[in-house]
Design a protein. Structure first.
Ligand code: ADP
Ligand code: TPW
Ligand code: MG
Length: 579
């Protein structure tokens, strides 16, 4: 073989070298940064370990969790709080699957997030030749999220990331899966061309104006109402149309009922809040306006006994297919909540759209009676402490610190806290959402602290806490201002069940009198054991003042609590006679 003159070869290599190169790692980081991504939640491993290091070096905050599900939950709630998609980063197959629960949950709850997962080599996966952590992740993710994409070439990174962002936040928000095979990270291309291939997503969630006829129809129906009701859902909280919603409610004087995570858009202490008269307003109202709330199980599908007969519904939602999902919607208003509520406001006239005085008086009377009935229970000093005594103390904490974020999960711990603890500001209450899923606690708490910088109070059933409890190490590692209160009644619903058959414990019970506070001490956090409402309040106040990661083990009477909290009616009943 004839060899070329030595100096000629050197010359051409040098020319090639002089053109700057970039690679998949850098392009993904640049694409995310270009689109305002500031934080990634994830767990490291092949093939993403170096990617996380490089992202951190480039100024993206990379929060490492102990389990992907909690990183995914953190990304999901970051999306809910900011309207920008939260990013979760996982390794292939098992890490991806661990994150998938959070992605599916985000989609169910209409929270925008992107699960980015490394994956194995396509050639090997598709021939099922047994690659390291082999799995066809794209196919598995598809039915569980809003959209799923895979990027195979470095030059497509810009478009791929842009598509994922737009899919997550436009229209009804949801979870998006982005599959990045290991080979992509190392792919090299010309740096200038790479830069040119990146896409900044302009107006990722465009306003969607409602049709004027739809607004007209809704206003007419509202005008015909005598006993109107407005139901606010977490879509309303997500929309951040706080001022428009408040104006609509106050201008009309219509009673409003907040769904769990919509509490605080207007304060629960607002004169028109019908939270304490829920059964009455559902049953007795005649026209109901839903703003960012679905007629799913949480609202008895809009029919049956709780509704006391057929209603006429106005529904404001960005998703047209949500209309008539359960019952006829007399006045569908499709668009984003900010635009829809503003359009309604233009046609609202306080005289003709206000409720009858009888209705307002009836709601107020019921509400006052229920609040008076509850007051002594919240002030009780029973020993051992019960749910009401403990929640009475925490209710005061939030009243005194309305800026704090409340995370809440469990059964009794959830249902009772939701009813008892008043919220004063929007997007301060984060909980189990549409699925009633256990395990969101620590992921939500971490992201709430990181995204908002506000103190977080996580009120957790002892079972609920167990699903994500190891993340207290994450909370301590990042020194987050999170105070966790474990409502320790020794089990799921109660700690008193007995297995009659053998010496195994009943399957709803845990080790009696566990000391969850000691777990926190293992990681350098503050642990407190509280046995009275007073001790509890003192410990939480001190945690909120200091901002130090704290876990308070609240010893709750094991006999307190009812089966499935407030939704025992959903348990199937055995048709067989007990032998
Ligand atoms: P809740 O559980 O509080 O009752 P849901 O999750 O059932 O609330 O309902 C939220 C609804 O809000 C969804 O149907 C979703 O399409 C809708 N939504 C979310 N964001 C917006 C928005 N910006 N504008 C209009 N509708 C929205
Ligand atoms: C992922 C089923 C609903 S509530 C609950 C479980 C296991 C725990 C209730 O006990 P806890 O509360 O937290 O101690 P309390 O105050 O009543 O004692 N797996 C998932 N999600 C759900 N919802 C369950 C199981 C469940
Ligand atoms: Mg419990």
């Amino acid at each position: 073989m004839a060899s070329a003159p030595a100096e000629k070869i050197t010359e051409s290599v040098t020319a090639e070298d002089q053109r700057e190169q970039t690679d998949g790692f850098n392009l993904i980081i640049d694409a995310l940064k270009l689109n305002g991504v500031k934080t990634i939640y994830g767990v490291p491993g092949i093939p993403i370990t170096d990617f996380g290091r490089m992202a951190q070096a480039e100024g993206i905050r990379v929060i490492a969790f102990r389990h992907e599900q909690h990183a995914g939950n953190a990304a999901a709630i970051a999306g809910y709080l900011t309207k920008n998609p939260g990013i979760c980063l996982t390794v292939s197959a098992p890490g991806f699957l661990n994150g998938l629960t959070a992605l599916a949950n985000a989609t169910t709850n209409c929270f925008p997030m992107i699960l980015i997962s490394g994956s194995s080599e396509r050639e090997i996966v598709d021939l099922q030749q047994g690659d390291y952590e082999e799995m066809d992740q794209l196919a598995i993710a598809k039915p569980l999220c809003k959209a799923a994409f895979r990027i195979l070439h470095a030059e497509d990174i810009g478009i791929g990331v842009a598509r994922a962002i737009r899919a997550a936040v436009s229209g009804r928000p949801g979870g998006v899966y982005l599959d990045l095979p290991a080979k992509l990270f190392g792919q090299v291309m010309d740096a200038a061309e790479g830069k040119d291939s990146l896409v900044k997503v302009i107006d990722p969630a465009p306003a969607q104006q409602p049709a004027p006829e739809a607004v007209e129809r809704a206003l007419k129906l509202l005008q015909s109402a005598e006993r109107p009701l407005i139901i606010l859902g977490k879509g309303a909280a997500y929309s951040q149309a706080d001022d428009a919603i408040r104006t609509l409610i106050e201008k009309t004087g219509i009673p409003f009922l907040p769904m769990s995570m919509a509490k605080g858009i207007l304060p629960d202490t607002h004169a028109q809040c019908a939270g304490a008269a829920r059964s009455l307003v559902l049953k007795e109202s005649d026209v109901v306006m839903l703003i960012g709330a679905r007629l799913n199980w949480l609202l008895s599908q809009g029919k049956g006994k709780p509704w006391g007969g057929k209603k006429q519904f106005i529904q404001i939602d960005i998703e047209p297919r949500e209309m008539d999902s359960n019952v006829e919607i007399a006045a569908p208003v499709v668009g984003d909540i900010g635009s829809c509520v503003s359009a309604l406001l233009e046609g609202i006239d306080a005289d003709s759209h206000s409720p009858s005085k009888d209705w307002v008086d009836a709601v107020k009377a019921k509400k006052d009676a229920n609040v008076a009935k509850m007051a002594p229970r919240l002030a009780n000093d029973n020993f051992p402490m019960d749910f009401h005594g403990a929640l009475g103390a925490l209710r005061t904490v939030i009243k005194e610190r309305p800026d704090a974020i409340l995370v809440n999960e469990g059964a009794n711990t959830l249902d009772l806290a939701r009813g008892i603890i008043d919220m004063y500001h929007p997007r301060k209450r984060l909980d189990v959402g549409t699925w009633g899923v256990m395990g969101i606690g620590m992921g939500f708490a971490v992201a709430a602290a990181i995204e908002t910088g506000k103190p977080v109070l996580a009120i957790e059933g002892d079972s609920a806490f167990g699903f994500s409890g190891m993340e207290i190490e994450t909370i301590c590692r990042y020194e987050l201002p999170v105070c966790i209160v474990v409502f320790n009644n020794g089990g799921i619903y109660r700690g008193t069940d007995v297995n009659e058959r053998n010496s195994d414990p009943a399957w709803t019970t845990f080790v009696a009198e566990s000391r969850y506070d000691k777990m926190m001490e293992a990681f350098g956090g503050v642990g407190v054991h509280a046995t009275t409402p007073e001790e509890l309040k003192q410990a939480v106040d001190s945690a909120m003042d200091s901002g130090k990661p704290t876990l308070v083990n609240a010893a709750i009477n094991p006999a307190a609590g009812s089966e499935s909290g407030r939704i025992g009616n959903l348990n199937p009943q055995s048709k067989l006679q007990k032998k």
